[in-house]
Unconditional design. Structure first.
Lengths: 74, 216
């Protein structure tokens, strides 16, 4: 994980996770994080990204539910 | 056959991760102790309802949903690193204005704040509840943590105001999430001359990081 390319890829995934706002972005960021941690399971500093993604997803679902809007959930 | 064998192995692994009742009761007890100290230190009431869900299938280490329970990934029940997760979730439970829409709009003002509060007050919390943990259990995770962007932005603001660490973060915990930025802007407006201009600019730059708006 020490190469420059990997560090850049890690930064790209961090940005994707922290930026993810819509349900589609949250799903894509979760998959990107899954893939990263599949390769680097000891990179525990990345694991808490799942917390923000889960809270963002729950928040979006709660807001949609209040508005009674149908949402695409996968 | 190999597929069934792999499936059986997976089931076995999952079964071994399922915590027993004693683990569950111990984690609830640990959470009660942590919450008691966090309430003392912050002067804020926790909205935790006393329930801890241990989830074997959770991706995140832990979470404090907008409802009142706390969720911990089950394989962490005996890991030293669980303490940082339990304390982080404990701070969410006292954070003012922890509401879905406000979290979406101001996510870093919550995650960064709670994470830094955890780092600053963890050793004191653990000492007060009689727990000794080698700090090395947390150091590497925190050196490379993805919330460091948020933490660094908050620290730039704190240093700009010249605030004492604990007071700054406790004051922010007492301020509803959606008012954290505006409350600091109001504080900056009380400064004189160039210092006011510098702080307003610093706040605006940090707010881009903490809200992810106009992120490039």
């Amino acid at each position: 994980m020490n190469s420059k390319a990997n560090e850049l890829e890690r930064r790209r995934i961090i940005k994707q996770v922290l930026d993810a706002t819509t349900l589609a972005e949250i799903k894509a960021a979760t998959e990107a994080l899954d893939e990263w941690l599949g390769i680097y399971p000891d990179d525990h500093g990345m694991e808490d990204g799942y917390e923000q993604l889960a809270l963002m997803r729950n928040a979006q679902l709660a807001i949609a539910s209040e508005k009674s809007e149908p949402v695409a959930v996968s | 056959v190999s597929h069934l064998s792999a499936l059986a192995t997976n089931v076995e692994v999952k079964q071994s991760l399922i915590p027993n009742t004693m683990d569950h009761q111990r984690i609830i007890s640990e959470m009660h102790s942590i919450i008691e100290v966090i309430e003392q230190l912050s002067g804020l009431p926790s909205n935790w309802n006393g329930k801890v869900i241990l989830d074997v299938s959770l991706r995140e280490r832990g979470t404090k949903p907008f409802s009142c329970e706390i969720v911990l990934r089950a394989d962490l029940v005996s890991e030293a690193s669980r303490w940082r997760t339990l304390i982080h979730e404990g701070f969410h439970s006292v954070s003012a204005g922890y509401l879905p829409l406000d979290f979406i709009a101001h996510r870093g003002w919550e995650e960064g704040l709670v994470e830094q509060a955890q780092r600053i007050m963890r050793s004191e919390i653990l000492r007060k509840i009689g727990i000794e943990v080698d700090p090395a259990a947390f150091e590497e995770v925190e050196r490379n943590h993805l919330f460091n962007e948020y933490v660094d932005a908050l620290e730039r603001i704190r240093n700009g105001f010249g605030s004492e660490s604990r007071d700054f973060y406790i004051d922010l915990l007492k301020t509803p999430i959606k008012q954290r930025y505006s409350s600091l802007q109001a504080r900056a407006m009380l400064l004189q001359g160039d210092r006011r201009i510098d702080m307003v600019r610093l706040l605006a730059e940090a707010n881009v990081v903490l809200t992810r708006r106009m992120s490039l």
